[in-house]
Design a binder for this molecule. Structure first.
Ligand SMILES: NC(=O)c1ccc[n+]([C@@H]2O[C@H](COP(=O)([O-])OP(=O)(O)OC[C@H]3O[C@@H](n4cnc5c(N)ncnc54)[C@H](OP(=O)(O)O)[C@@H]3O)[C@@H](O)[C@H]2O)c1
Length: 315
């Protein structure tokens, strides 16, 4: 009969997991928010690098981290952190990767380099790959303007992740450490992926700018016009967070309200607000296609479509 207790186990005790160290190259809006978010979760942010040392010191102060602060020309003083996060502007990534690679010798331990550009694939860091780094990209679908609110927003963000195996594994761990979520995105799709992000962020701001100008023509001040639109925008986002676009769509295109659209078009044309008519026609047509896609319209939208066509041809 086998003994129940075969004595002390010979299996090695598991190694305590050591939290990897991080250096951030390009401590601007996103880099500083990363420094704050990761240091709060127990990561040691060993160094922050900016173009100037003054800018790096300012970033460390804003993020409340006791990291080494370096200028770009001091890269030789960069510690051998396990993870390099490159958060410089997109057009600097390749150059910065080259500079970093020039001063780095291959070690026994594989290190990780990740950038945070939405549009560029990880192979922009190819120079670091040639000196033994596993390279990847982790892009947060979020807009960040300062470290404190940025770190908070990162916690609820979704990150598109792409790159080599070890790099993507590390990126997923970093993302989940700050309470965010990630999904894979193929390198070949990064430009389209980022264009989608711009369409739902920067381009929405451009669209709201048009609406503000229309309200200014109605006699509101710029700042009051922005204020009155915020609850409307928030309610739209709320609708979108629990319903698909077909069900979240409201307004005359969702209701097949032909008479209202007929009143809108000449009023927008008379206002002479730049791009307002083109945006209304373009997005109105898309709203119709959403309704048709789900066969959601109460009556066929052919009439609304011909109203838009007629107006456009007589412009
Ligand atoms: N901000 C966002 O909402 C957001 C969201 C998602 C992704 N991203 C991505 O994050 C990256 C950075 O964006 P950001 O908005 O944080 O930019 P940013 O605020 O302009 O910061 C860029 C940082 O990079 C530094 N830098 C510029 N050129 C450099 C160089 N050659 N070497 C080293 N550092 C250099 C700057 O240093 P100085 O301070 O000395 O000028 C600055 O600290 C971009 O790839 C962007 O696409 C940003």
């Amino acid at each position: 009969m086998p003994a129940e207790d075969s004595g002390p186990s010979r299996a090695k005790p598991p190694k305590p997991r050591v939290t990897p160290t991080i250096s951030i190259i390009g401590a601007g809006r996103l880099g500083t928010a990363f420094a704050l978010a990761f240091s709060r979760r127990g990561y040691v942010v060993q160094a922050l690098v900016c173009r100037t040392a003054l800018s790096a010191r300012r970033a460390a102060k804003m993020a409340g981290v006791a990291s080494r602060t370096l200028a770009l020309h001091e890269l030789s003083l960069l510690p051998r952190s396990d993870i390099l996060l490159l958060t410089t502007p997109d057009d600097q990534l390749s150059n910065v990767a080259k500079l970093l690679a020039a001063g780095i010798s291959r070690g026994r331990r594989q290190r990780i380099a990740l950038h945070s550009s939405g549009a560029l694939p990880s192979d922009i860091l190819g120079d670091l790959s040639s000196v033994g780094f596993s390279i990847g990209s982790m892009h947060p679908l979020i807009s960040i303007s300062d470290p404190e609110s940025g770190a908070r927003r990162l916690e609820g963000a979704y990150f598109g992740i792409e790159g080599q195996l070890a790099a993507t594994r590390t990126a997923r761990r970093l993302v989940s450490a700050i309470g965010a979520k990630s999904f894979p995105i193929a390198a070949i799709n990064k430009a389209l992926y980022h264009a989608a992000a711009v369409t739902s962020s920067g381009n929405v701001v451009a669209l709201v700018d048009i609406a503000i100008e229309m309200l200014v023509r109605c006699g509101l001040t710029q700042s009051y016009a922005r204020t009155v639109l915020i609850p409307l925008l928030e309610s739209t986002i709320e609708n979108l967070s629990s319903r698909d676009t077909g069900k979240a769509l409201t307004g005359p295109f969702a209701r097949s309200d032909v008479a209202t659209v007929r009143r809108h078009l000449p009023a927008i044309a008379r206002s002479e607000v730049t791009d307002a008519l083109n945006a209304y026609l373009l997005l109105g047509r898309h709203a119709l296609s959403i309704m048709e896609r789900g066969s959601l319209s109460l009556t066929p939208n052919n009439e609304l479509e011909s109203v838009l066509d007629e107006f456009e041809s007589g412009k």
